[in-house]
Design a protein around this ligand. Structure first.
Ligand SMILES: NC(=O)c1ccc[n+]([C@@H]2O[C@H](COP(=O)([O-])OP(=O)(O)OC[C@H]3O[C@@H](n4cnc5c(N)ncnc54)[C@H](O)[C@@H]3O)[C@@H](O)[C@H]2O)c1
Length: 420
């Protein structure tokens, strides 16, 4: 019988503890954690207890863990964006195969360095582009690859971020400020750009982007609004943190991001003292709330990605118009639906796709399964570092275009990034 792959975890927060590590509990024959690095004592102990980690293998920082040398087959890096580069570089040097959260790093030269270093060391560097592992996007990809809609002429893909999720992550939360984390087009849409690149089967030739922060600015502050919602703010407001976080029926994310104490008192304390209780017009946010990316492919096909944070619900929608058929799709936490409208037969086929049993429509566990198979040499990694580099290049190019008002020649941009 095969032995389980052994793993160490950097960062036992939202992604590390809740999204990926439960895979080891459900599949102990495939994966076993043997060490953890996490500075927050509550999170560290919670992980150690759940996964039965020996006291000498519980570390406060990733530096402490990696100072021990290689302790397992693989390393999962679920730290925050700005920690990815130094910790992953050190992990490659230590000899680990790595599962790395997206974005790989917040600077393009660091992303390229990581890909090149993993290739030189012959280590697996798999990136958590979880959408490729969902029923929805795997089926969409297969339909497009089958030629069912013919040659793709034009694509519209929308990442409709719900208004409350925008406030939670990109106004109040971890990804609100590009200098502290990464630009939103990288943080949120490297997933979407990865799917678009995968589906088109070729890299983009030209790219241009527009966007800005329109709404979450101090000049839109309603009269009478207080610094924090918990200061007794009298304004009726859809972003009121008391409405968003105190509902007892909410017991997972996004509550798990603001506190590890889910009691009413714990939640209130988190809102009174932490970033998620702040008025959305009084934050240190600077990332956009709307951005479009306009792309052209070598064969003339065109594509537009819309990203914005003002949707009534969290959903991705898409439309592919081809020479034989038009495909429309919608993906949300409940699963997905694809319609194929055949031009000649004037017929519409509807494909309903249930969500898998883990987060991101089943993508979180699908990714873990794929990673274990890749480490065991049973399959090629679907989202290896080199494959994932392209979506990151597209995101960085979009940000450069948005800021400078330029059209980016992607062949030249790619060559420049690889040389740097
Ligand atoms: N794949 C996806 O769909 C997806 C979704 C959300 C977030 N992410 C990415 O996952 C990563 C983690 O996000 P999260 O929501 O879990 O964040 P988080 O803040 O909940 O978790 C990060 C953890 O790292 C810990 N940490 C801080 N300093 C450390 C150190 N020196 N050594 C070890 N650990 C340290 C923190 O205490 C925290 O518990 C981010 O890069 C984020 O962009 C990916």
């Amino acid at each position: 019988m095969k032995q389980p792959v052994t793993a160490v975890l950097l960062g036992a927060g939202g992604r590390g503890f809740y999204s990926y590590a439960p895979y080891a509990l459900e599949h102990p024959d495939e994966l076993r954690f043997v060490a953890v690095a996490e500075p927050d004592p509550v999170r560290r102990e919670r992980f150690a207890k759940t996964h039965n980690i020996a006291p000498e293998n519980q570390f406060t920082t990733w530096e402490d863990l990696l100072a021990r040398g290689q302790m397992a087959d693989v390393l999962l890096n679920c730290t925050q964006d700005r920690m990815h580069y130094p910790s992953t570089m050190a992990a490659i040097e230590a000899g680990y195969h790595i599962l790395l959260e997206k974005p790989m790093a917040e600077r393009l030269e660091h992303v390229v360095s990581l890909v090149q270093a993993a290739e030189r060391a012959n280590r697996l560097l798999q990136v958590c582009h979880v959408l490729r592992y969902t029923n929805m996007f795997a089926t969409l990809h297969d339909i497009l690859a089958s030629g069912r809609i013919g040659d793709i002429i034009t694509v519209e893909h929308r990442e409709n971020v719900a208004f409350w999720h925008m406030a939670h992550s990109f106004v109040r939360g971890h990804w609100r400020n590009a200098e502290l984390s990464s630009p939103m087009i990288l943080a949120k849409c490297c997933h979407d750009l990865d799917i678009l690149y995968w589906n088109m089967g070729m890299p983009v030739s030209k790219l241009q982007s527009f966007g800005s922060l329109i709404y979450f600015r101090p000049e839109n502050l309603p009269a009478g609004a207080t610094m924090r919602c918990t200061d007794g703010c009298p304004v009726e407001c859809k972003y009121d943190a008391r409405r968003l976080y105190l509902r007892p029926e909410l017991t997972e994310w996004p509550i798990s991001a603001i506190t590890d104490d889910f009691s009413p008192e714990g939640r209130w304390r988190a809102l009174e003292t932490g970033p998620w209780g702040r008025c959305v017009w009084r934050c240190d946010n600077d990332v956009v709330d709307t951005q479009t990316v306009n792309m052209e492919f070598p064969n003339g096909a065109t594509m537009t990605l819309f990203m914005h944070g003002h949707s009534y619900e969290e959903q991705r929608t898409m439309r592919y118009d081809g020479t034989r058929a038009t495909l429309r799709g919608k993906f949300d936490h409940t699963g997905g639906v694809i319609e194929i409208h055949d031009h000649l037969e004037q017929r519409c086929e509807v494909v309903d796709l249930a969500s898998g049993p883990s987060g991101h429509g089943g993508g979180d566990f699908g990714l873990m399964r794929g990673f274990i198979r890749a480490v065991r040499g049973e399959d090629r990694p679907l989202t290896g570092g080199r494959e994932s580099l392209e979506s990151h290049l597209m995101a960085f190019a979009a940000e450069e275009s948005r800021q400078n008002g330029t059209v980016i020649d992607m062949a030249e941009y790619r060559a420049r990034a690889e040389r740097a």
